[in-house]
Design a protein around this ligand. Structure first.
Ligand SMILES: C[S@@+](CC[C@H](N)C(=O)[O-])C[C@H]1O[C@@H](n2cnc3c(N)ncnc32)[C@H](O)[C@@H]1O
Ligand SMILES: [Zn+2]
Ligand SMILES: [Zn+2]
Length: 341
């Protein structure tokens, strides 16, 4: 019997997942070419694809994007605006456009990491989890390896609108042997209350995927450093030896919005700060760095090891290519720290 996705309400906004033909929800689009690997990612993209066409007429963006929230996403990513992902159409658009790339970047990284063989379960805490593109990468990697690992995933994000995606993940969790939970909070508040530890226990893997660059857009350097200090003191310090800190983000140290002549430190600047802080806490930690080549271009930013190529790992259905021009090349910088003592 088909499971139904419940709609829930929260303080800020009510997100209702309704009107989607159950057939689409459960089977995806006929064209999507679902395979065993990456299936949850396909489920989520299909869902957002359908949701986009159903709800785009209710888009409430105030800068007349006419529900083409690609315009809004570009403004957020490439202009100095304080806006967040604040519209349902934008969330749907984000998923269809970016998660193939982001999940591929993380999956490519997971292949390079040493995993203890005897591992039976793994607890992942994802800060600024949003679309959960890291989760699809973990599942993809485990499927590729034939791993029976029990994955526990706690996603924390300040934006309630991601419930749209998170409820779908919860709906399908059993099918992927997943324990998932989501918390809607500003990480800055989280640390004061010790919520993460009490509710979830300490993570074996801490992930920050495109989180630092998103915060850096709207946060002064001093406050970013304080945030990292808090992450180190409140979470990393308590994580067991051998646990991993994984950061995947834009391959840039300084972000410049040319048209506005604004420039500020971003991802790799904070990678360095975090690395220093963790190493001074646990000097025997081991550090790996990776970047993707920009194939065809001689000049790009090198950061540690170079991945052999930059193609994404997931097949993108034709209807997504046609409507959302998804990013199909990987291009991030990645920092991994295995905590020592
Ligand atoms: C660029 S998105 C990346 C989302 C996701 N990790 C991914 O890979 O698609 C950054 C996310 O960080 C969240 N975020 C930014 N600042 C935050 C904060 N202070 N506390 C919690 N979440 C935050 C945003 O709401 C957004 O969902
Ligand atoms: Zn909108
Ligand atoms: Zn918009």
């Amino acid at each position: 019997m088909a499971k139904k996705i419940p709609s829930t309400s929260c303080n800020l906004i009510t997100v209702q997942i309704v009107n989607i033909p159950l057939k689409l929800l459960l089977e995806g689009n006929a064209e999507s070419g679902r395979g065993k690997c990456g299936m949850l990612l396909n489920n989520i993209v299909d869902y957002c694809y359908n949701d986009y066409w159903i709800h785009r007429h209710n888009c409430f963006c105030d800068d007349s994007c006419s529900a083409n929230c690609n315009v809004c996403l570009e403004k957020i990513h490439f202009n100095k605006v304080l806006r967040h992902y604040d519209c349902r159409s934008m969330i749907d658009y984000y998923v269809c456009k970016y998660i193939y790339r982001q999940a591929s970047e993380m999956a490519a990284l997971l292949r390079c990491l040493p995993w203890p063989r005897a591992l039976r379960s793994m607890r992942v805490l994802s800060i600024g989890c949003g679309s959960c593109s890291d989760l699809y990468a973990f599942l993809y990697h485990m499927a590729q390896k034939g791993s029976q690992l029990k994955l526990q995933y706690l996603g924390v994000d300040k934006n309630y609108l991601w419930q749209l995606v998170h409820r779908c993940i919860v709906h399908w969790a059993d099918d992927y042997n997943l324990d998932v939970a989501f918390k809607y909070a500003n990480v800055l508040d989280l640390f004061n209350k010790d919520d993460v530890r009490n509710k979830f226990g300490l993570p074996d893997v801490l992930v920050m995927q495109y989180f630092l660059s998103d915060m850096a857009r709207v946060t002064a350097v001093k406050n970013m450093c304080q945030l990292i200090d808090d992450i180190v003191c409140q979470i990393i310090k308590r994580m067991p030896d051998g646990s991993l800190i994984i950061i995947n983000d834009i391959n840039a140290r300084q972000h410049t919005f040319f048209r506005q002549l604004v420039s500020f430190p971003t991802a790799r600047y904070y990678f360095e700060y975090l690395e220093q802080q963790v190493l001074s806490l646990s000097p025997r930690s081991k550090v790996w760095k990776f970047h993707f080549p920009l194939v065809g271009r001689r000049k790009y930013y090198r950061y540690g090891w170079k991945h052999p190529g930059n193609d994404i790992l997931f097949a993108v259905p034709a209807y997504i290519k046609k409507n959302f021009s998804p990013w199909e090349k990987c291009g991030s910088a990645q920092l991994v720290i295995r905590k020592g003592f």
